[in-house]
Design a protein around this ligand. Structure first.
Ligand code: HEC
Length: 117
């Protein structure tokens, strides 16, 4: 027979999981906020409009992706998120793990979606 405190812990955990799942599902990033983060952290490589046309681009191999193009836009949000968190080993695309809050990640992805060409 589980103790009362173990039971309340279990209840708290279930509530936490449910709340997290619903907020994640309900969270739509804000592209305007994402743009600000993009201009601070991404444009030096991906260029001011995301087309991969920064001044730095000519020095990078592989070059920074054109984020407005098909290859990026056909990726799922989960795939984009994974790239942001893990980076692309062996390329200039670094891991941004720990650099952004949840909401900032959602905002960045929303911004990327907003620049589809
Ligand atoms: C130092 C340069 C640099 C910075 C800064 C940078 N990237 Fe990248 N990024 C790259 C390069 C280079 C690639 C291409 C990697 C490859 O070809 O595998 C890339 C690839 C990507 C991809 C994968 C595109 C695809 O379709 O495969 C995404 C998404 C991306 N970057 C988003 C971002 C975002 C968002 C930021 C800012 C938080 C950012 N990058 C900052 C250099 C950079």
């Amino acid at each position: 027979m589980p103790s009362t405190s173990a039971l309340s812990l279990l209840v708290a955990l279930v509530v936490l999981v449910v709340v997290r799942t619903t907020t994640t599902a309900a969270t739509r990033g804000n592209p305007e906020a994402g743009k600000k983060i993009y201009l601070e952290s991404c444009q030096s490589c991906h260029g001011p409009t995301g087309k991969g046309d920064s001044e730095m681009a000519v020095y990078l191999k592989p070059p920074p992706s054109n984020l407005t193009g098909k290859a990026t836009q056909t990726k799922t949000d989960a795939e984009l998120r994974k790239i942001l968190l893990e980076g692309r080993p062996g390329t200039a695309m670094a891991s941004f793990e720990g650099a952004f809050e949840e909401t900032q990640l959602n905002d960045l992805i929303a911004y990327i979606r907003s620049i589809q060409s």
